[in-house]
Ligand binder design. Structure first.
Ligand code: GLA
Length: 388
């Protein structure tokens, strides 16, 4: 059933806004967004859809269709993180509540609403299901609140919601991609200068996403620990390079000279970041000049680095990449997103994609006894909301 029709099963007001915000896949540049590095994601044609009605009271009444769960909370008491009955707010409601909290802190009105939403982005799979929920509420409040801000500021406020309200110390890549997606393009985004440009994807190449079926939880300490290791590396390297602000400021050549001084685990984390930043620059050049094989090789080495140096891969993700590597038509493959489970992204010759998908699923099942969900995706436009 359409979301508009389902709306009336839960609420009685008349819906006035329809909104949609996509998930993203990252082609290259993993764990560099919180180090000031460049990333190369694309918004995908899997998204959160939402229908909302305005309310006069400062209350958000939400129904999460996929979870089959409802909650309601006051928009003027967000710090308390409780529902209308004073019970702790369910974790899934932290995302919309956090967005309202960040918007209000920026002086932007977040009027009361009734909203139903539903997503076809697999949850916790590394495809930014959370950033898409944040963005869909941000664009909805933009329409209901009658204000307008640029998409970069909106992405930053959603990141603030996740950092300050949900408690995940993420970078800006996911919210940026959900806000700025361009159909058929990858997005080169420099997270230090905030410069970005849309780069056309290669013609006749399919984006195939394979879900390992293993789940991570970003808020588990592992993600925040990796970030802390990078900050520690910067501090230690400042002894030699006092001008250093982030790992973005050190070239692979300088790192070869000074990296030796770091404790082994910190050195591995920093080496991944420094080299991954260089890989993104090479990959963008390869994309712009149609050098498919070079692009693919950079993806494989990116994966090896996430596995061996950053240590965020899993046996299942490694298996998916190894299988893909040997299949006809595969240009490149790597884990995408934070890691600790989730998905791989595979660039595959379009004509060979159906066979690729079948063989990948079969071999993965034989090797792991798990079933991989595989999605053939298209690069898509960013979040938007319209009055209905
Ligand atoms: C998660 C975070 C992003 C980014 C990636 C890893 O998706 O939300 O900010 O750090 O992990 O590249």
């Amino acid at each position: 059933m359409e979301l508009d029709a389902l709306f009336y099963s839960h609420f009685s007001a008349k819906p006035v806004v329809k909104a949609c915000a996509p998930g993203r896949v990252n082609l290259l540049g993993e764990h560099v967004d919180y180090n000031g590095g460049p990333v190369l994601p694309a918004a995908i044609d899997r998204a959160v859809n939402l229908v909302a009605a305005a309310q006069t009271e400062p209350i958000a009444r939400l129904f999460a269709q996929d979870l089959g769960m409802a909650t309601a909370f006051r928009l003027d008491q967000l710090e308390k993180k409780v529902d209308l009955d004073g019970q702790p707010l369910p974790k899934w409601a932290y995302y919309p509540a956090g967005v309202a909290w960040a918007l209000q802190a920026a002086g932007l009105p977040t009027p009361g609403l009734e909203a139903i939403y539903s997503s076809d982005i697999p949850i916790g799979s590394g495809l930014s299901s959370s950033a898409a929920v944040e963005m869909v509420f941000a664009v909805t409040w933009e329409v209901l609140g009658g204000w307008q801000i640029d998409r970069m500021q909106m992405a930053r406020l959603c990141q603030k919601a996740e950092n300050g309200y949900v408690g995940v110390n993420c970078g800006l890549m996911d919210q940026f991609a959900s806000a700025h997606g361009v159909a058929e393009h990858a997005l080169y985004f420099d997270t230090r200068s905030l410069y970005w440009e849309a780069v056309p994807l290669m013609p006749a190449v399919a984006l195939v996403i394979a879900d390992s079926g293993v789940r991570h939880s970003l808020s588990t300490s592992a993600y925040n620990e990796r970030r802390a290791a990078c900050e520690q590396a910067v501090k230690l390297l400042q002894q030699y390079l006092p001008e250093l602000h982030s790992l973005r400021d050190i070239s692979p050549v300088e790192f070869a000279a000074y990296g030796e001084s770091l404790p082994p685990e910190i050195r591995k984390r920093a080496e991944h970041v420094v080299k991954e930043i260089a890989r993104v620059e090479s990959a963008v050049a390869a994309l712009k000049t149609g050098k498919k094989q070079s692009f693919g090789a950079l993806m494989y080495s990116g994966h090896a680095s996430l596995r061996d140096l950053y240590e965020v891969s899993t046996a299942e993700l490694d298996t998916l990449v190894a299988i893909a590597h040997d299949l006809p038509g595969c240009i490149g493959a790597r884990l995408t997103g934070a890691g600790f489970g989730g998905c791989t992204i595979n660039l595959v010759e379009e004509s060979q994609a159906p066979d690729f998908i079948q063989s990948l699923q079969q071999a993965y099942h034989e090797k792991t006894e798990r079933k991989a969900q595989v999605y053939l995706c298209k690069a898509s436009n960013g979040a938007e909301a319209t009055r209905i």
